[in-house]
Design a protein around this ligand. Structure first.
Ligand code: SF4
Length: 543
């Protein structure tokens, strides 16, 4: 079959045509789940687009949905001519100034509903439903039965995050907060956290909490119905009683009411899902976590122990997701499909960028764990400055946590004039600030994924702290016991590989990555099999 005619560019990059052929062949052989393992610059969106069009035109498939847990990929990504349906708040309301479609006073579920002729949201929705192949956000896909119910082919781009997204969706805040007002006594907080987690690990807690979720589910459902009715009557009052044009105060009130309803309704649905999983015997964890929670009464954050229900894995939610789907493609540069199912086939693409343009040097400076990071930090700062000076352009440093970023900044401020420390309250702003400067070092946190730094301005990428999860975190501890650290190790290997791909984005691009955290060497030796061939061929052991 000639595939070029389905390419939006009428041609293909190396490896794309073969990947399309292999995926179509798997479909013909009635495989249900395919993993497309496609590194940076392989052009996986083009591949998915072509596969969708081929399935539509050559195999008469309908309701082909393209989605991704990465919201920006759907909202801002180039998806060629695919009609997109995103969250309602992205569409401005053409009838009421200052409103979005999320505050629409008219519900299509209510009797007598007539949409405004020029409603951008309803037009996008119509276009999406009329098309045989369209794109939508993952949240929208999951919540809308008119979309997920009749999907025949499901494509999930950037699927690395899928497991987390499914677990997040089935997690619930148990609403049993223990506040420690006016206290910054961390010993007291730690003691309370420990006693909470000790209790949550008991059979009694499991019994109590199942009852608690049942009661909460009933309460939330009733509350959600009341809020829905209140919201609907207020809408009617505003729009049907001759007011015609509500003022700002009324619009604000309607927004607040509708967001309260949505919040409670989502919580009720999450409790319903949790009960279903508990009753089906799926393994789950009950955990207490330490968080700073805003207290409006005293106008500041107070240390709080929050409690959560979380599944141990997302295998059952994944089966729910793919049930009745004829064909499912999970595409990623660092796939984690093995966490979701054993029953899948892989289509693996070679890295299209020559390894000399994306070398990864391991030069251990020291360990960055809590016990020794103070000692390592000055040496690490000097090394970062040295590496930055090789190009004196924009250097991205992955710090793993704000504590490490702040520690490194203390040592780097004396060594270089342009040190940008990621602001805890303005992550995007910090990134943009650094990108506007020349000759600057960015101490970043959690930018291992979803960042594309292409071009000669970004020749240096440094991993100062390998993103190990805290093994003493209650969920991590229980999950490690459950799957013998499979998730923990795979997550670390995935994040490191993702981090290494931030600054070489196309075959002509160039950057060097330096891993300085000594703990990574041991991990890499022990779990080499978790790393892709493209990573291993570019990896250089240093001294
Ligand atoms: S149907 Fe009318 S009121 Fe509702 S969101 Fe669309 S334009 Fe606004």
């Amino acid at each position: 079959m000639a595939y070029e005619k389905y390419s939006p560019y009428n041609s293909f990059r190396a490896g794309q045509e073969k990947a399309i052929h292999d995926i179509i062949s798997a479909f013909e052989h009635e495989k249900q789940v395919i993993e497309l393992d496609a590194p940076t610059a392989a052009g996986k969106t083009v591949i998915l687009y072509c596969v969708g069009r081929i399935l539509e035109k050559e195999f008469a498939m309908e309701n082909i949905r393209f989605t991704s847990p990465q919201v920006s990929l759907i909202e801002q990504g180039n998806l060629f001519d695919l009609p997109k349906l995103v969250g309602k708040s992205n569409y401005s309301c053409e009838a009421i100034e200052g409103c979005t479609a999320a505050e629409c006073p008219f519900s299509s579920k209510e009797e007598g509903f007539v949409s405004c002729d020029d409603c951008t949201y309803r037009m996008a929705k119509r276009k999406f439903h009329e098309a045989k192949f369209g794109a939508t956000t993952f949240a929208r896909y999951l919540m809308d039965p008119t979309i997920n119910g009749d999907t025949q082919v499901l494509m999930i781009d950037e699927s690395t995050e899928l497991e987390n997204a499914l677990i997040e969706r089935t997690s619930i805040d148990l609403g049993m907060d223990k506040k420690i007002p006016n206290s910054r006594n961390w010993k007291e907080v730690d003691a309370l956290l420990k006693s909470t987690n000790t209790y949550l690990a008991t059979d009694k807690a499991r019994f109590d909490i199942t009852n608690h979720i049942e009661r909460r589910y009933d309460e939330l459902r009733l509350l959600s119905q009341d809020l829905k009715v209140a919201c609907s009557s207020y809408r009617k009052e505003l729009f049907n009683d001759g007011n015609g044009k509500p003022d700002d105060k009324e619009i604000k009130k309607l927004r607040r009411m509708s967001s309260d309803y949505m919040h409670v309704n989502n919580q009720a649905m999450a409790c319903g899902r949790a009960l279903r999983y508990i009753n089906s015997g799926v393994k789950y964890a009950l955990v207490g976590e330490k968080e700073d929670v805003w207290n409006p009464n005293i106008g500041k954050k107070v240390p709080t122990i929050k409690t959560y229900f979380r599944l141990m894995d997302a295998r059952l939610p994944f089966q729910d997701l793919i049930r009745d789907k004829e064909f499912v493609i999970l595409a990623s540069g660092t796939p984690t499909t093995s966490l979701l199912t054993n029953d899948y086939e892989s289509v693996v693409m070679k890295h299209p960028i020559d390894k000399s343009r994306r070398l990864i040097h391991y030069i251990p400076v020291g360990k960055m764990n809590n016990n020794v990071k103070e000692k390592t930090a000055p040496l690490m700062a000097e090394k970062i400055k040295f590496l930055h000076d090789l190009y004196s352009r924009k250097t991205l440093v992955h710090c793993g946590s704000y504590a490490v970023a702040e520690l490194l900044s203390e040592h780097l401020y004396h060594l270089h004039r342009n040190i940008i420390l990621q602001d805890r309250t303005d992550r995007e702003g910090s990134l943009l600030h650094w990108q506007r400067l020349d000759d600057a070092i960015f101490l970043s946190v959690r930018y291992e994924e979803g960042l594309s730094l292409d071009g000669p301005e970004y020749p240096m990428n440094v991993i100062a702290k390998a993103p190990f999860m805290n093994p003493y975190d209650a969920y991590v501890e229980q999950r490690n016991a459950y799957d013998n650290k499979k998730w923990y190790n795979l997550s670390l290997a995935t994040l490191v590989q993702q981090a290494c791909g931030r600054a070489t984005r196309s075959p002509d691009d160039y950057s060097e990555t330096y891993i300085l955290d000594e703990s990574f060497g041991w991990f890499y030796r022990s779990f080499n099999y978790l790393f892709a061939d493209w990573f291993k061929e570019a990896f250089i052991w240093g001294r």
